[in-house]
Each structure stands twice: as C-alpha cells, then as structure tokens.
Design a protein around this ligand. Structure first.
Ligand SMILES: Nc1ncnc2c1ncn2[C@@H]1O[C@H](COP(=O)(O)OP(=O)(O)O)[C@@H](O)[C@H]1O
Ligand SMILES: [Mg+2]
Length: 223
C-alpha cells in the first residue's frame, strides 16, 4: 500500500484509486459507526467499507484540503469561514443516535441543552474539496451536544495556530478568520471549548499557550 498522508494520530494509505486505509493506534470502530450514520443522513462524509480495531477502510477522496486552498490563495479567508459555517449548520441539523455520548475527555458537552451531532475538530485540514463538493473527514472526536460548543472548538483550534510563517498577508487573513469565527459565540461555549481543547493530549506547549492567550483576550472583549 502506498503512503498517502499522516495526521497527528493516524496514517492514511492508498489501497487503490477509490479506497484508502486510515490506521490509528486507538480503536476507531465507533468513529466508523458515526461516519456511516451521518452518510445515511445525507451529510458529506466518505463511505466506510470496513472497520476493525484502529483501521477504517473508506472511500478515497480526490482534491485538496481547504487548508491547502487557503494557503495557496485559491480560497479567500472569508470563503473559508463561510464554508465552515455551512458545514457546521448542516451537521447541527442532525439529531444524534442514542449511542453517541454527550461527554468527552470528562467534559459535559450538553451546554445549552441542544442535542445535535458535533464534529469537534472541524478545521480546514479536515475538509477536502472534491469534484462533488466539500467532504468532512476525521470524525475521531464526534459527540452529541450543543452546536455552539462545536463552533467554539473550531475557533479554539484556529486560536492555537501560529500564522506568522505564512507571511503578513495570510497572517492578516487568519486574524480576520479568528474574529469571524468568534463572532456571536456565547462565553459559556467558549469556556467549554477552551477546557476541552486544553485536554487534548496531542496539543503542543506553544499551541496551548497561544490558545490560552487568545481565549483570555476573547473573554475580556466579551466583557
Ligand atoms: N478518505 C480520504 N481520502 C483521501 N485522503 C484522506 C482521506 N481521509 C484522510 N485523508 C488524508 O489523510 C490526512 C489525515 O487524515 P485524518 O483523518 O484527518 O487524520 P488525523 O486525525 O491524523 O488528522 C488528511 O489530512 C488527508 O490528507
Ligand atoms: Mg485530521
């Protein structure tokens, strides 16, 4: 099998032109179950063919990630935020199956009580732009809960990121995206998202620090 890509906690191999194998060190059969459920609901998720232990055999997507398109300038920061907004709101129309937990890393995700499917890692590297439209990958963190927390987690993922190596223009676009993602988020959802994100064991010290700083700034702006 040909190596295709690796993320923070998985390696993805190409089986052929139509299938990939995602290998993780933890059990992902529940992740595959969420993906199947969402695809049945009409949400854009790769088709799952087989899942066992940490391996998921699924549909191979062709196309760049949203992150690549923003960095290359083919997608503007405003269009990036708009696409994330649409993907979130479509997802948040879906009622969770009874078996999907509303608690993760010991954090209660019920927030305002709205009971919807949450991705909890929806950022531009987990959105692939295919000929058939955008498709969301990496459902490792999926849970049930309050949609505001999902949106706030996306803000928190961005808030850990350092855009300076991308150059001044992209860094300025990045700051605008952070502001737009933050717009309208209740403080309670931000608190929960910040706590949840800080509990992610794969987060590096520098990311934790940036996230905390931006979280405190956002809190003082909220008043
Ligand atoms: N179904 C797929 N088809 C093609 N490439 C994929 C697919 N799923 C994942 N990838 C590639 O593998 C990378 C890592 O996958 P992802 O599920 O996001 O794992 P991680 O948790 O490690 O980030 C993605 O950024 C993407 O480049
Ligand atoms: Mg990923």
């Amino acid at each position: 099998m040909e190596f295709l890509a690796s993320g923070r906690d998985s390696v993805v191999y190409a089986i052929n032109d139509r299938r990939v194998l995602r290998c993780a060190e933890y059990d992902t059969t529940d992740v595959a179950q969420v993906m199947r459920y969402l695809r049945d609901q009409g949400y854009p998720v790769p088709a799952v063919y087989h899942a066992e232990g940490g391996d998921i055999e699924m549909e191979r997507l062709h196309g760049p990630t949203l992150a690549e398109e923003v960095v290359s300038g083919r997608v503007s920061p405003a269009a990036c935020v708009e696409l994330i907004r649409e993907l979130h709101s479509d997802l948040h129309r879906i009622e969770p199956p009874a078996w999907l937990a509303a608690r993760s890393r010991g954090v209660d995700l019920t927030g305002g009580g709205a009971d919807r499917v949450l991705h909890l890692d929806l950022h531009p590297e987990n959105i692939m732009l295919t000929e058939g439209g955008p498709v969301v990958i990496d459902w490792t963190n999926a849970a049930a809960g309050d949609p505001d927390i999902d949106r706030a987690v996306t803000w928190a993922v961005f808030a850990g990121f350092d855009p300076t190596p991308l150059g001044p223009e992209l860094a300025a676009g990045f700051d605008r995206m952070l502001d737009q993602l933050l717009d309208g988020l209740p403080q309670g959802a931000l608190d929960t998202a910040h706590r949840y994100r800080q509990l992610d064991p794969t987060l590096e010290a520098a990311e934790r620090h940036r996230l905390r700083t931006r979280f405190e700034q956002a809190g003082s702006a909220h008043g």
